[in-house]
Design a protein around this ligand. Structure first.
Ligand SMILES: NC(=O)c1ccc[n+]([C@@H]2O[C@H](COP(=O)([O-])OP(=O)(O)OC[C@H]3O[C@@H](n4cnc5c(N)ncnc54)[C@H](OP(=O)(O)O)[C@@H]3O)[C@@H](O)[C@H]2O)c1
Length: 235
């Protein structure tokens, strides 16, 4: 691998939107560490990119497991000497139709542990590696369902988890603005994946474009913002 290549970690990149984001970032010339809950799924998805002539490798990563998160970011830093880009894509949606007034707290706990705490622990593990080179791009995958302007009933823990992701994005952006690390979030809209909410309006490849753009922003790019198809949204 060339010394100058940027190194990116994309969580949950064995399928769906994450896989399309990983491919898009690799197509910019970066090396992408494709991650999945099992070693086999990560190796298989990374192998597809390598077969296309792209630079990629696989690594096991379960964002709900603190040890797995710490090991992944440390391994990337050790192996490549850098970690430039983190896309927090992995997420679950397991409480469609669930009301806040009668919530199943096992589903709430599992959703928050993955979507908000998983994202947060990936950031805290990656930031020390980014700080070493005073360069970083963190891109959090959020949802319109977590914006106050679109707050509604149903999927309560999913909505709350994405509100948390939005808040974390703003807070980290403010903390890291003098470290060369830009932190943004984007909503992909309704994408044709296993998780899709409602009628999908785009393919994973179409939705990935905004995330690839945010992952490769110039140093004077935005930070602490929420986007949809490159347009800034109100939180
Ligand atoms: N699709 C939409 O319409 C839509 C709309 C708004 C926001 N989003 C957001 O887009 C992101 C990607 O979703 P998607 O639509 O591509 O869904 P998806 O096809 O269900 O993919 C989800 C990915 O996350 C991984 N994942 C789940 N829990 C994980 C964990 N604990 N550790 C590591 N990986 C984990 C899954 O791995 P496994 O294969 O092991 O399950 C899978 O790779 C999510 O954050 C979602 O909230 C999607």
């Amino acid at each position: 691998m060339s010394e100058a290549r940027r190194v990116a970690v994309v969580t949950g990149s064995n399928r769906g939107l994450g896989k399309a984001i990983a491919r898009g970032i690799a197509e910019t010339g970066a090396h992408v560490v494709v991650t999945a809950r099992t070693e086999e799924a990560a190796a298989c998805a990374a192998g597809e990119l390598v077969a296309e002539g792209l630079s990629a490798s696989g690594h096991q990563l379960d964002i709900a497991d603190p040890a797995s998160v710490a090991r992944t970011m440390a391994d990337v830093g050790y192996q490549y000497g850098r970690l430039d880009i983190l896309v927090n894509n992995a997420g679950i949606a397991i409480d469609r139709g669930q009301a806040a007034a009668s919530a199943d707290f096992e589903k709430v706990r599992a959703t928050l542990d993955t979507n908000i705490l998983g994202t947060w622990r990936c950031c805290t593990a990656a930031i020390p590696e980014m700080r070493k080179n005073r360069y970083g791009r963190i891109v959090n995958v959020t949802s319109h369902m977590g914006t106050f302007g679109e707050m509604d009933t149903g999927s309560v823990s999913y909505r709350v988890s994405k509100v948390g992701v939005n808040a974390l994005t703003c807070i980290l952006a403010a903390e890291l603005k003098n470290d060369g690390i830009l932190v943004n979030a984007a909503s992909p809209g309704k994408v044709n994946t296993r998780l899709a909410y409602g009628k999908a309006t785009s393919t994973p490849e179409q939705a990935a474009e905004t995330f690839v753009w945010l992952a490769t922003l110039p140093s004077d790019g935005p930070t602490g913002e929420l986007f949809f198809q490159r347009r800034r949204l109100n939180w």
